[in-house]
Every structure is written in C-alpha cells, then in structure tokens.
Design a protein around this ligand. Structure first.
Ligand code: 1GP
Length: 245
C-alpha cells in the first residue's frame, strides 16, 4: 500500500519529498523530463493534479507518467474529473477549511463509485487552505476563504477536527505559487496538537524553506512551481528534506 510506504519512508528518512506535476502548466516533453529527473534525484513520490484540468491529453499523459516513473504516482485531485485508473493511489481529500459543500462532500460522493470501480487506493486527507499572500487558484476555484496565516488557533482547530473525523493526513496548503509558504509557527502548533503526518505545500521556493518546514514538524513536503522554473534543484530539495540520512 502506498500510504504504508510513505509512513515507512518518513520513519526512515525523516520526511518525504513529493514533486507536483500539473499537466496544465507544462508541455509533454517537459513533463517527461521532470519524471526522469525525479526518478534519479531522491524524490519519494509524484503528485499529479491541479485546480483545473484543461489538457485534453490528460489521461494519456498520466499513463505516460506512470510508465516512466519508478516512484509512486499519486492523484492530487482538483475534482472528480481527474480520476484515472493509472494512478497508484489518490489523496481522497475534503477541503475542511472551506464551507463549500461541493468540496467538503459532494465531489467525494460523485467520485466514490468510480474509485471503487477503478480500485484505486485512497488516502483520506483533511485539506486546509491558509492564506499565503496571493490569490490562489484553489481559493478561486473552490469559492472558499483561506484561513488567515496568523490565526494559528483556527488552523489548529481544523487540523484537530480532521484527526477526530478519522483522516490519515492533514494537508497545510498555502496555495500554489504562494508568496509566503505556511509558517513554521503554524506547522509547529499543528504538530503539537495532532498525531497525524502533516503535508505542507505552496510557495516553498528554496531547500532551506523546505528544511525549516520539516524541522517544524512537517512529514511530507510538496513543491510544484519552483521546479517548473528550474528542475535542477530537485536533488538539493531532496537532501534538505531527508533530515535522517
Ligand atoms: C502543493 O500547492 C502546492 O501543495 C504546490 O505549490 O507550486 O507553490 O510549489 P507550489
């Protein structure tokens, strides 16, 4: 099971490094190069997904990613339309910081029978959007408000609620391309409050920031944008994130 592999990797390396590929943002060749680079640079898994999916070749590009990848390929869904049988697993997410029923439960109900048919491993994830200082795509597309970064107690309450609802992971998201990533203060407060592994993503632009997040208590780090600009720093990110060698 992919979830167990992630947990074992966290125990072994201190944290997991995941690279996000958004097929909308890149052409096929650059995606292929990114998968090959990830294979050889200490990346532990790939996320594929995005807030909207406009690439008409989406299904075949996921198949291609899967065939090239020697690490797990996990769906990070923006909606039910992104389900695909080629994934090894998917985050089965609820946007618990929002108050939009569509992303709290409706998309999940539509997805559930398809997931059952496709037999994809689900990893239930409480997804919490905090304000990273930019108008993120997820905020716009989900019609939900991010939690103000400085209202730490609100984020903690949401994370605890996710734990009590039986989620397996809590995702602290500042939004793709965030100006400010989730602060170490927020990560530490959530780490102190819950027992679940914490994923942190959005606006992590340097290996140092990634390391800070891990030292504050993040178990999984996700980067997307920065590698679309420059794919050469993948190994540096992996080395910074794997605090136990
Ligand atoms: C995944 O939204 C992130 O959680 C990705 O963010 O593109 O800013 O790295 P970036």
């Amino acid at each position: 099971m992919i979830f167990d592999t992630l947990i074992t990797t966290i125990e072994k390396k201190g944290a997991v490094y995941i690279v996000l590929i958004d097929p909308d943002k890149e052409d096929d060749n650059s995606i292929i190069n990114r998968v090959k680079n990830a294979n050889n640079s200490g990346v532990d898994a790939l996320f594929v997904g995005g807030s909207i999916m406009m690439d008409i070749n989406y299904n075949s590009i996921v198949k291609k990613i899967k065939s090239l990848s020697n690490i797990p390929v996990i769906l990070f869904p923006g909606g039910v339309g992104q389900l695909n049988k080629h994934f090894d697993a998917m985050l089965f997410m609820s946007l618990i910081s929002g108050r939009n029923p569509r992303f709290l439960i409706e998309e999940q109900v539509l997805a559930a029978p398809i997931v059952d048919n496709m037999n994809i491993e689900t990893i239930s994830t409480g997804y919490i959007l905090v304000n990273g200082g930019s108008n993120s795509s997820v905020e716009f597309m989900s019609s939900t408000k991010p939690i103000p970064m400085e209202r730490v107690e609100i984020t903690v309450a949401h994370a605890l609620a996710g734990q009590y609802l039986g989620m397996k992971l809590i995702y602290l998201e500042a939004g793709s391309g965030a100006i400010h990533p989730v602060t170490t203060e927020v990560i530490k407060a959530v780490r102190d409050a819950i027992d679940l592994p914490i994923i942190v993503g959005g606006g992590i632009k340097t290996p140092e920031k990634a390391r800070d997040a891990v030292e504050a208590g993040a178990s999984i780090i996700v980067t997307g944008n920065i590698l679309e600009e420059d794919d050469n720093c993948v190994q540096e990110f992996a080395d910074a994130i794997h605090i136990q060698k």
